[in-house]
Design a protein around this ligand. Structure first.
Ligand SMILES: *[C@@H]1O[C@H](CO)[C@@H](O)[C@H](O)[C@H]1NC(C)=O
Ligand SMILES: *[C@@H]1O[C@H](CO)[C@@H](O)[C@H](O)[C@H]1NC(C)=O
Ligand SMILES: *[C@@H]1O[C@H](CO)[C@@H](O)[C@H](O)[C@H]1NC(C)=O
Ligand SMILES: *[C@@H]1O[C@H](CO)[C@@H](O)[C@H](O)[C@H]1NC(C)=O
Ligand SMILES: *[C@@H]1O[C@H](CO)[C@@H](O)[C@H](O)[C@H]1NC(C)=O
Ligand SMILES: *[C@@H]1O[C@H](CO)[C@@H](O)[C@H](O)[C@H]1NC(C)=O
Ligand SMILES: *[C@@H]1O[C@H](CO)[C@@H](O)[C@H](O)[C@H]1NC(C)=O
Ligand SMILES: [Zn+2]
Length: 912
């Protein structure tokens, strides 16, 4: 048994259309005061240094894919699964269902260890106390004792929530608090342990010691105050309630070592006791009322079988999720995945990809945007460049005959909402926008009153301040509006932005890579591309926009090759030096690496440079001035056509991966997506091995037609769906930014906790020129989201990615209302959220839900996405056929020399 090869096999054709953890790429978040849209801007040829490219950060994995945890590892065996005494989890609702240890149990005064498994929900009060010891006699000093909980580390208390352990002995003047090294993971099981030995307090997460302090010492309390001490779980006396599950809580009279903690974590609740007197409580919650009391009139928290709580956890025991590195976006950025694409040619077999050139003519079929000669020259060069990398482009041309369109300027980089917005936006500064409706003009012209609206379009009156000569300049009876109409609200204006162009053309983006032209005289713009992880990648708003001067003309055919590189997931080779925000940026590239910079280890770090040689030593960039063996010959550099001639192997691996991950529907063949990794041994016995493997790279589990419900079914036949329909009584900005539609589909904000136009926000209608939107009514501003398939839900996940730091007193979400098919709507009440962690809500609803309403009084709140998950074994997923896998072994299985055909959703096989 040496070599395992592995191929997925599907009985019928299938085409992939979904994208994994989609994330939008070309928009960068600016400060709240100046919400701005910056697209990738290529200035390869003419304007040195004009490129304002900023590439996205942050990552997101598919729910269901991101729930693997060390916990599952310990649960891998079926035997363990059914062993007695495994215990239950208790679920705290965060609404005061706390538990208090009954009197009579002696809580340790000095040395102690507390261990437990927890599965915290996303979104908590800050702080939220999971367990704590407090003093009921000294109300004045509520911080006496210790607490284990979750707290947002940032000043405003709504970002970066981490585990904390705080302790104050009765004699100490102040409390000491230590926090974990990273944000907690919502809706995942984690093992927590805290120890105190009279000198040091320590915090362990999943067995790793993550914090320590020596500030407190000695006994926590004296024997005299023993009767005052109360141990609570699920909250504290100040109602800092925890929301989530707790399982296997153990309290010891002794500081346990890290090794003991790790052993306890793996022992799956079976305690090995050297000295039973050291154990204070071992609570499995089989019958919690024996030792615990509810607080006041609170109800008992719900007990449930541990580990059965959510989807994804039914999965096997692969304990690695295929996460991208901090500087990456998707599974294709994962080092192991892309390394396999690099090492094994079978991942890079020839692929044929369709692209479509959109050529606009006037009504008389003349004046095409680009000539046939350009199209053919470009096509030839394109295929020459890509052929050796096993990528072939198949051309089709789409002609549009429309004079009105042909004669208008297409602004490739300027968002229409920014024209005439009382600020000069350089990317909108053009003669045909009237220099941003006058705001980019240094000398503002004066228009005498008698000329205003006199039936002649007077240039000095043609700007926002004079209402564009009182309408004269947009009146087609008076003037050639294609030259003079600068009014952004006129339908006859001389310009369009790219989004408007794409909306008018409305070309399917799922069958071809569409190539548009920004018929712009704005010479510094060479091209704009959509990243594969953009929400738009496969829609009519995706594709590439090129300047016709840099398309199919001699010496200018590499621009399209470069842009296609972006479309297939390649970054600039200079990303790690010239496109980082600071020297602390996770993408800073100090040596060539798969995890930083352009995520390719075979392109050396380089600053942005346009010449065909290594750059001269320049200014210090994060400690470095000299760059040698720089990849100036690479298509993803900014050198011109004479110089660039190649992609590297790592780049080719990335492109093939993104073709599999996102763009299967652009390809002529419909091969199933590959499984990116070899199977792993997850269990090993005397005479058997259990193997488990990852699903195909797209993360699909079932055979499916495009758009069928099986697209959305995941392990355990859990149906996961993002909102597909949206509405709000609030007004929308003309640009469509912050409109309800932005909350549809998967999350696509690339930087949490910063304002983003790709969200719904109540103040969408507020742009500087208008009066602004009305304040939210008393019940809150409302967003309604609906889902394609009504179902009995198990959980709701909401990405609230921004809200105003000033208003932290009240929960950011005022109320959440579940809309049920029967009409009996369910109110979930106010909710605290963190802007960098999705809000997760376990639901206890027996009816089918088709939608959800959010209410907020927070004008600046932004909602990015909402996901509704069904209970396991959802009836809508019943008909879905699991993918088939062919498992091959070397030496071959004696009973199946050509491999075993398996269709088990668990993706496990035990070989004896
Ligand atoms: C903690 O245990 C150590 C021995 O392991 C003992 O010396 C010390 O007194 C104990 N501390 C307290 C505060 O009980
Ligand atoms: C749980 O404990 C309570 C109190 O000790 C007892 O009355 C009850 O019978 C127990 N239930 C079970 C199922 O053990
Ligand atoms: C292209 O595919 C062939 C197999 O058809 C393979 O041998 C070769 O290594 C591939 N080339 C690249 C650059 O991936
Ligand atoms: C022609 O283009 C204009 C925009 O300039 C658009 O409004 C119109 O719908 C287009 N006509 C057709 C037939 O597509
Ligand atoms: C706008 O463009 C014009 C000409 O293209 C230029 O003279 C002017 O300086 C620009 N304005 C700004 C503010 O960039
Ligand atoms: C232009 O002239 C036509 C016909 O004379 C008239 O119907 C139309 O209203 C005029 N348009 C404007 C904007 O004045
Ligand atoms: C170095 O920095 C100075 C000042 O910021 C700037 O003027 C100069 O152009 C820079 N030199 C290079 C080679 O980038
Ligand atoms: Zn570029």
């Amino acid at each position: 048994m040496k070599l395992w090869t592995f191929l997925p096999w599907l009985p019928c054709l299938l085409v992939c259309i979904m994208c994994l953890g989609s994330e939008c790429g070309t928009v960068r978040r600016m400060g709240r005061s100046k919400r701005e849209l910056v697209r990738i801007r290529e200035a390869r040829t003419t304007f040195p240094g004009a490129c304002a490219t900023r590439l996205p950060r942050g990552k997101r994995s598919l729910p269901g894919m991101d729930r693997r945890s060390p916990r599952q590892h310990r649960r891998s065996s079926q035997a363990e699964e059914s062993s007695p005494g495994r215990g239950k989890a208790v679920y705290f609702t965060g609404r005061g269902d706390q538990l208090r240890l009954k009197p009579g149990v002696e809580v340790p005064r000095g040395n102690f260890t507390l261990e437990m498994w927890i599965k915290p929900e996303g979104g908590q009060r800050s702080p939220a106390v999971i367990a704590g010891l407090y003093d009921k006699c000294f109300y004045a000093s509520s911080d006496r004792g210790w607490l284990l909980g979750i707290r947002a580390v940032s000043e405003q208390g709504h970002r970066d929530p981490r585990f904390f352990f705080s302790l104050k002995t009765d004699r100490a003047h102040k409390v000491t608090s230590i926090t974990s090294n990273a944000r907690y993971l919502p809706n995942q099981w984690s093992h927590l342990a805290v120890t105190y030995n009279g000198q040091q307090m320590k915090l362990f997460v999943n067995g790793a010691q993550v914090a320590v302090s020596r500030e407190q010492s000695g006994e926590i309390f004296s024997p005299l105050t023993k009767k005052c001490k109360v141990l609570m779980i699920g909250g504290n006396a100040l109602n800092h309630n925890y929301r989530g599950a707790v399982e296997h809580l153990t309290l010891w009279r002794r500081p346990r070592s890290q090794q003991e903690i790790m052993m306890g974590m793996r022992s799956h609740g079976h305690l090995q006791l050297d000295d039973p007197s050291q154990l204070v409580i071992h609570e499995t919650f089989e019958n919690a009322s024996r030792k615990w009391l509810t607080v006041k009139d609170g109800s008992f928290p719900q007990a449930e079988y541990g580990g059965r709580a959510g989807p994804g956890e039914m999965a096997g025991s692969l304990d690695t999720a295929l996460e991208p590195p901090p500087c990456g976006q998707t599974i294709c950025d994962n080092v192991e995945v892309v390394t396999n694409y690099n090492r094994f040619w079978s991942f890079r077999k020839p692929k044929t990809v369709r692209y479509r050139v959109v050529n606009v003519y006037d009504d008389t079929h003349r004046k095409p945007t680009v000539t046939e000669h350009q199209i053919h020259l470009q096509h030839q060069h394109l295929n020459e460049a890509f052929r050796m990398y096993n990528i072939t482009w198949e051309l089709s041309v789409h002609n549009v005959y429309n004079s009105s369109l042909r004669h208008r300027l297409v602004l490739a980089n300027c968002d229409i909402s920014k024209v005439g917005d009382e600020e000069c936006d350089p990317e909108c500064n053009h003669t045909l926008t009237g220099f941003d409706a006058g705001y980019c003009k240094k000398q503002k012209s004066h228009c005498p009153e008698y000329k205003q609206g006199n039936g002649v379009c007077d240039p000095e009156c043609n700007w926002d301040n004079y209402y564009y000569d009182n309408g004269d300049c947009c009146n087609p009876n008076i003037t050639d509006v294609t030259k003079t109409c600068f009014n952004p609200s006129s339908p006859l204006r001389a310009y369009l932005d790219v989004k408007e162009l794409k909306e008018i053309l409305n070309l399917d983006g799922s069958t071809h890579l569409n190539i548009f032209f920004a018929n712009s005289s704005d010479e510094d713009l060479a091209g704009v591309a959509t990243w594969p992880w953009d929400k738009e990648a496969l829609t009519h708003l995706g594709g590439i926009v090129l300047n016709p001067s840099f398309y199919g003309t001699f010496g200018h055919t590499h621009t399209m090759i470069h842009e296609i590189g972006h479309s297939l997931g390649l970054y600039h080779v200079f990303r790690g030096i010239s496109e980082i925000e600071s020297c602390n940026d996770a993408c800073l590239e100090t040596e060539p690496s798969l995890e930083t910079g352009d995520l390719c280890a075979d392109t050396n770090p380089t600053p942005k440079y346009k010449h065909c040689r290594d750059p001269e030593p320049g200014n210090d960039t994060c400690g470095r001035r000299h760059f040698t063996h720089t990849p100036f010959n690479n298509y993803m550099s900014y050198a011109d056509d004479d110089c660039t001639d190649s992609f590297t192997l790592n780049q080719v691996a990335r492109m093939h991966c993104y073709l599999d991950l996102i763009y299967q529907s652009w390809q002529t063949s419909s091969k199933p997506p590959p499984v990116p990794m070899a199977p792993r041994v997850v269990e090993q016995g005397q005479d058997a091995l259990t193997l488990e493997w990852f699903p195909p790279i797209t993360g699909h589990f079932y055979d499916r037609e495009v758009g069928s419900v099986c697209d959305k079914c995941t392990e355990g036949r859990v149906l996961l769906q993002y909102a597909s329909n949206s509405s709000s009584p609030r007004p929308c900005a003309p640009s469509g930014h912050w409109s309800p539609r932005e909350a549809e589909g998967p999350p696509d904000v690339e930087q949490a906790c910063e304002p983003s136009v790709r969200t719904w926000s109540p103040n969408a209608g507020m742009d500087s020129s208008s009066v602004g939107s009305p304040p939210c009514p008393l019940q809150g501003c409302m967003l309604q989201l609906e889902f394609q398939y009504p179902l009995v839900p198990d959980s709701l996940t909401v990405w609230v990615t921004f809200f105003s730091p000033e208003e932290t007193q009240l929960p950011a979400i005022h109320n959440i209302l579940l809309l049920t098919v029967s009409g009996e709507n369910v109110s979930l009440g106010p909710r605290n959220v963190f802007c960098d962690t999705p809000l997760t809500l376990k639901l206890d609803v027996k009816e089918e839900v088709y939608g959800v309403q959010f209410f907020t009084t927070e004008q600046h709140l932004e909602i990015d996405a909402t996901l509704l998950a069904s209970k396991p074994d959802c009836s809508l997923c019943q008909a879905c056929q699991p993918l088939h896998y062919r498992l091959l072994r070397q030496p071959p299985f004696s009973h199946a020399p050509h491999g075993l055909l398996l269709s088990d959703t668990s993706r496990r096989y035990m070989d004896r």
